[in-house]
Design a protein. Structure first.
Length: 220
């Protein structure tokens, strides 16, 4: 065998191998560059698009999205929370006392609710409901005040309680107030997660000859 020829062939093989390794490294580096560049380009497109997103209704009308919309959403959720709290705390008949109190426990603290229930019990409201079929129905009226730029938000709202005893109905204006915080949402009892602490209620009987303002409140 020709020794010099074998050595030359080996050298050519080593050189070719080094060339192939270099080419492979260039291909890998180029591929990595393409991937990174694509990711940067994609992020730029998405970020630009997010800033230009508009919301339209079914008819194609442009709907402005702003902080004002978020405030309206929060106010709607807060109003719903006040309405549900007033209803479950103060509405009951002989079949719904325990159920409504169970739902109310997801709206406000146990100690605050127990004070309200103790008042109803002391005035024989539960006894009249069970023994004579009296029905208590409470309907949300309006929010009077919201204070605080962050939670807890102090909320004051009113509702009207109708005590139906046979053919006679007595109406009570309930003014409720409490500190509203965010709590763990619980489906289906409290899906918003809003929750009252320091919750209290004041009561004022609505006379038949009450002012037109009270009459309008009742009709709402």
């Amino acid at each position: 065998m020709n020794k010099d020829s074998i050595i030359n062939d080996f050298d050519d093989l080593a050189i070719a191998k080094r060339k192939n390794t270099g080419i492979m490294k260039m291909i890998i580096a180029f591929s990595a560059f393409i991937i990174v560049a694509s990711m940067v380009w994609t992020f730029t497109i998405v970020n630009t698009a997010m800033e230009k997103i508009i919301v339209v209704d079914r008819s194609g009308e442009y709907l402005k999205t702003s902080i004002e919309s978020n405030e309206k959403l929060f106010y709607s959720l807060l109003t719903n929370q006040c309405a549900l709290t007033a209803f479950y705390v103060n509405s009951f008949d002989k079949l719904s006392i325990n159920e409504n109190q169970s739902w109310a426990s997801f709206m406000a603290t146990k100690d605050d609710l127990n004070r309200i229930y103790a008042k109803y019990n002391q005035e024989r409201a539960y006894g009249d409901v069970i023994d004579r079929g009296v029905v208590y129905k409470c309907k949300f009226n309006e929010i009077e005040q919201i204070s605080g730029k962050s939670e807890p938000y102090h909320v004051v709202f009113t509702s009207v309680l109708s005590i139906v005893d046979g053919t006679y109905t007595k109406k009570i204006l309930i003014r409720s107030q409490g500190d509203l915080i965010r709590h763990t949402p619980h489906y289906p009892e409290n899906v918003t997660g809003l929750y009252f602490t320091s919750y209290t209620q004041d009561y004022e009987e609505i006379k038949e000859d009450s002012t037109s303002e009270n009459s309008e409140n009742i009709s709402k």
